[in-house]
Design a protein around this ligand. Sequence first.
Ligand code: TEU
Ligand code: CA
Length: 556
Amino acid sequence: MAKDFRKSTVYQVYPKSFCDTNKDGLGDLKGVTSKLDYIKELGADYIWLTPFFVSPQNDNGYDVEDYYNIDPGYGSMEDVEELIAEAGKRGIGLMFDMVFNHVSTRHEWFRKAMEGDPYYKDFFFFRKGKGNGEPPTNWESKFGGNAWEYVEKFDEYYLHLFDVTQADLNWENENVRKEIQKILRFWMEKGIRGFRFDVINLISKACFEDDDKGDGRRFYTDGPKIHQYLKEMHDATFGQDDGIITVGEMSSTTIENCYQYAGRDTGELSMVFSFHHLKVDFMGNEKWVLVPADFQKLKDIIFEWQTKMAEHNAWNAVFWCNHDQPRVVSRFGDEKKYWKESAKMLGTVIHCLRGTPYVYQGEEIGMTNTDFKEIGRFKDVESLNHYQILQEKGLSADDALRIIQIHSRDNARTPMQWDDTKYAGFTSEDSAEPWIGVNGNHTRINAADQLKDPSSIFHYYQKLIALREDSEISDIIAFGGIEPLDQKDPCVFAYRRKYEGHELIVAANFFGRTYPWKNAPELAGYRRVLGNYADTEFSAEGTAVMKPYEAAVWYR
Ligand code: TEU
Ligand code: CA
């Protein structure tokens, strides 16, 4: 029976940093299998696994060399089959991460292109430069520098929106689209229950023109044929199996396009990730700056997406964290004084929204940003490139490092903290050094301790997940409408859900001080469902006095 994705929760695993079983310091597929009971105990219905296909790992697997085989660092095809089977026994479906905007330059298609084979050259975007030694356009790579790489023997450039070893695929070419369908069918036959599509809204390039207003993204984001390509892929593959769920990663997208991408009957995808709410501590699109998070903007963006997607019968993936984002408790909470309270508050706000929640490994135990003090400990190509670029712009090495520490994707990529042993139980104590450093706070923040403690963040997430799937209020969480409450309040994030005469009220104090919430709704007649403090206090006048990072949920 197909699960209703509106009542499901997805747990994201970054296998390289999850669990290492053969002591080489790299997490592996057997490691994921060994932790299925943990994920089951948390209550997740699906596991999204980031890519583990053959890859030179310049972008940790988002540079795929061969979609049909497993990178030996992660294990073997037998290991994947075992993982799928073992997850299935526990009622957990696997979602694979399909990277189809680009391939590794080591992929056979690109190698043949480089040999001059015209059939394969047309799988990519090879273009002449402007003549004066300048690339075809001034577009910037998301990882820094120009997005075109010169190939001397052709006197042409190829397009790479990401790393120079990630060549963009030409979706205009029908043979490319056919190859992609073949890959999807191959994995569907292995029993995959879902797909996540990497930066899928970048696949339709409109035209190759200089961008005098930006980095080029307006020429390839939500491009002219994007809906056509998605419908075609849907109809030819996963659309034929309604047990399969799909989520598209939508980079710098618009909400209007997402009505289509994730509409109930549009025949494209089940849901979308959008990222506007995770740029409230950027300066516009510029991530490599230090700007305090704008709380009002955060609420305005989330509520706009919540209410408008509902009006258009379209579905959001709701999340704070993934392998590209800093840890949310460090970002919007307080990882020191109110670590536990703020982690639970943030979980409450996300899990009661309209959408399918995604929990990123370690979020459920309140893992924090890294404690790396030197640039040498960072591994991500994006961080290392921008560390240089920031200094070329005139910043001191210390200032550049501070920005990297706050925004680096490596914040999410340090090993999962299972216990308080030398390598946090990510691997055994006599293993090779983990590929990336373990956060020193694993002696204080780890899964083993939290499994024993009924008041832990883990157990709170477990409750949130169970509420959506299997409780008296699961219908209102999954199907209810949503309206913001007191949206302009400077401290409180609150909303009301409504379904068949019932109401759910969710309120959260986003700050580390006690706050009397003047415009709190009348709560007499409501039952308290859960919260991160024993109870909410009310003043004599009936005002809710919200404690630091307090969150609570009421139902009627
Ligand atoms: O990320 C897409 C993307 O544009 C951003 O998340 C990006 O990594 C970052 O925010 C730039 O500041 C996806 C994957 O999730 C990411 O891990 C890959 O590196 C990227 O695509 C390329 O495949
Ligand atoms: Ca390993």
